[in-house]
Design a protein around this ligand. Sequence first.
Ligand code: GUN
Length: 285
Amino acid sequence: MAQIIDGKQVSASVKQEVKDEAAKLREEKGLKVGLAVVIVGNNPASRVYVNNKKKACEAVGFQSFEYALDENTTQEQLLDLVNVLNRDDRVNGILVQLPLPKHIDEKTVIDAISPEKDVDAFHPVNVGRIMIGDYAFLPCTPAGVMRLIASTGTKIAGKQCVVIGRSNIVGKPMAMLLLHESGTVTVCHSKTKNLKEICLGADILVVAVGRANFVTGDMVKEGAVVIDVGMNRLDDGKLCGDVEFESAEKKASYITPVPGGVGPMTIAMLMKNTLTAAKQQNGLA
Ligand code: GUN
C-alpha cells in the first residue's frame, strides 16, 4: 500500500518559507512584494482560482492587486493594462488568468507581459530559459510536482520517468525539469502506442491528461512514485484525478491524492515565483 503524499502539508511549508523571506525583505529592505492578478469575464472556475491566489498573497504577506475585467473587454484594453502593470514598481508579478474570452488572443497577451514579471513562466523567453536550464521561474504546476517528488526522498537521477501529457503548461516543462535532474524521460500522449507497457517501466509516473481515471493500477509498476496532476469534475460534482486511486495505490510506493496533492502546490509555487521576481527586480537575487 502506498504512502500518500500530503500536498497540503508540503505547500504549507513552501508558503511558510516564502512568508518568512517576505517578512525579512520588508523589515530589512523596506520592500513589499506585490502580485497583480487579472481576470477577464466570469468563468466560475477561474474566479475560484483567482480568489485562492488573492488569499494566498494575504497569507504570505504580499500585496495583491486584482483587476476583474468585463467579458467584453477588448484585447487592446487588456494589453494597455498589462503595459501599465509592466511599469508599476509595486507589481513584481503579473498573472493573467487563463482561459481568456475567445475574442482575445492568449499568445499576444502572454507575449506582452514583461518576462521579469511573468510569474507563470508562460512567456517564450521564460520557456526558452527552462529549456536550457537557466531559469528564474519555473512554471508553477511542474515546479510543485518536483517539490512533491523531493518530499518523498526519491532521487530522480537515472530513474525511468514517464510523463503522460504534452501541454505547454504541464507536460513539456515537466519533462524538462525531470531531464535537468538526470531522469530518463519519456513523454506519452494521445497517439502513443503501448502506453500500458511504457507506464509499467516508470519509476516515476506523472499524469497530466485531463481524463478521469485514465491510469489504472495495472499500468503502475510495483513501487513507483505516482503523481496525479488531473483535476476532473465528475457528473455527481466530485473531484477526481487522472489516476484511478484505489487500484494505483496498491502498486505505488508513494501517490498523490486528488484533491490535496498537486493542486495546493501550484499556488504555493506561484508565491515563490513572485518572491523571486521581487528579489531579482531589486538586485537581491
Ligand atoms: N488557468 C489554469 N491554470 C492557470 C495557471 O497556472 N496560470 C494562469 N495564468 N491561468 C491558469
